[in-house]
Design a protein around this ligand. Structure first.
Ligand SMILES: [Zn+2]
Ligand SMILES: [Zn+2]
Length: 132
């Protein structure tokens, strides 16, 4: 990311990005909409969707969730591992270093590999019923 691109972000996009950076809860688009409306009461859900997609294509925001899963958004664009609850689909960050798997030589199918998304899947304390 460079300062120039930041400067050219519209106010709506800046607010969406700022709100996303405040939380580590990996909100859904609907949750982002609720957060952004505190600052921009007239914004529509469709605008929030479009701006989230835009921020993702610019690499400023990460989109999480596979096919059939609700999309969640992460204001931390630096790749980091996640743990997803398979019951409530909550996602938490793993900020400690995790060793990233490496493709054996010749197994890259000709791709330039840029990134590796690591997602651990399990059941969170709330869903296990063991939360304090
Ligand atoms: Zn859960
Ligand atoms: Zn994250």
């Amino acid at each position: 990311m460079n300062a120039d691109m930041n400067f050219r972000l519209s106010k709506q996009r800046r607010v969406i990005l700022e709100e996303l950076k405040k939380v580590t809860s990996h909100p859904t688009a609907d949750e982002v909409y609720d957060m952004v409306r505190q600052t921009l009461p007239r914004i529509s859900l469709g605008t929030v969707y479009r701006n989230l997609e835009f921020l993702c294509t610019k690499g400023l925001v990460l989109k999480l969730g596979g096919p059939g899963q609700q999309k969640r958004f992460d204001g931390n664009p630096v790749p980091h591992p996640h743990i997803r609850c398979e019951v409530c689909s909550k996602i938490v960050d793993v900020m400690e270093e995790v060793s990233v798997p490496e493709l054996p030589e010749g197994c890259d199918c000709g791709f330039d590999i840029h990134n590796c998304n690591i997602e651990f899947v399990g059941v969170c304390p709330e869903c296990k019923g063991t939360a304090q």
